[in-house]
Design a protein around this ligand. Sequence first.
Ligand code: SAH
Length: 463
Amino acid sequence: MDYFPLFLNLKQQACMIVGGGEIAVRKLRLLRSAGADVTVVAPELCDEMLGLVKAGEVRWQPAEFSLAQIAGQRLVIAATDHPSVNQAVFTACEAAGILVNSVDDPAHSRFITPAIVDRAPLTIAISTGGGVPVLARHLRAQLEALIPHGWGDLAKLGSELRDLCKEKMPDTASRRAFWENVLAGPIPDQIFAGQVAAAHAQLIDAIENRATQSPNLGAVYLVGSGPGNPDLLTFRALRLMQQADVVLYDNLVSDAIMDMVRRDAERIYVGKKSNNHALPQEEINQLLVRLALEGKKVLRLKGGDPFIFGRGGEEIEELAEHGITFEVVPGITSAAGASCYAGIPLTHRDYAQSVTFVTGHRRAGESDLDWPRLVNPTETVVVYMGVAQSGYIAEQLIQHGRASNTPVAIVERATTQAQRVITGELANLAQLIKDQHIKPPALLIIGDVVKLHKKLNWRTSSH
Ligand code: SAH
């Protein structure tokens, strides 16, 4: 190990920054967030630093660096543009035994600063020993994505309840067992979902009752997985995918996304193609209830957004009736994915002031779409599940007054490597679908906004 890692308590400690530019501002902000009492030495300051001086965040000594200034300092950072000044600061501090860092110059530093993932009070510091800072930053970005912000709240709750814990559970072993149970249970997830107050109350309750065994409560996470491209998952979705005991998924969830689910999670395919359900909806609802009652963390993964033509509402109604904990995580709905990845804005000042999402799927006994509402030329209509009925849909729209030459786009497997975009006119929508052998999942985008596709298409794979 080239450097000894440590966390320094700098509250109200005298610290000095030599230099008054942007880098100095960054260092100042960091020192201030740790509560240090900072003086900046520089003949001139940049505007931002000047503002911070005026705001009382930092004291300013308007002068060139000189040896006498470092007396009484705990820590000094040299952040000037002049290597010779930074080196002089280093030499002076070394002689006086003061911790010193020259920005981006490990040879003239006693300590170096790490890349930080800040979930205060939880802090993760990463260092490559000053050699390849970009590598540390890269790793930091990955950790940022991986570690929910709620970890900070969790750490804070833990330290707030420390005394109470000690009082109720005097021996270390039972405290450790208690916290391990808490971490394995539903409380962290509650915090990550923003329900800090409820988690707090539950924790106090558990501590008061000296419950070392938190009940093994199952929960269901109804999660939108987006239109198929794994890059379009939310952080929350990814985290839950990596924690699940069991995953229920259907054919809209791409293989690339299923590959990201925790390896040893049980996988249950529940099918669902239009009119050809591998498991009837009622059975899916019951299965979710049963698995949760067994104490499992159940992930119900859905294509797109769970509340847009996803029957997500029905699934959680059943859970609510059984008093089962559940959470709903939004996903990018396929209309939004198709729109962006095909370069077809769904609204546009010149072409469309509104957009309507409809389903083209018809079931016996169900009422038809409200066609007169869908013929406004300044409105974009996006049809989900519309491939099979495309002929009927086009015919009805035209019959009710939408121009037969209204531009249309068919976006197949939107956002994935296999995306295809076919454009044409409303009158020959069904023919296009037939000629191009379009297969679900595909969306129909109807309206003048489709004219923009030629200009705004940024994907090479479109046709
Ligand atoms: N909840 C989903 C929609 C489920 S309905 C969402 O928010 O996107 C199923 C329909 O969604 C499909 O028939 C198709 O019209 C559309 N769809 C889903 N994923 C798609 C994709 N990657 N490309 C094009 N259409 C898609």
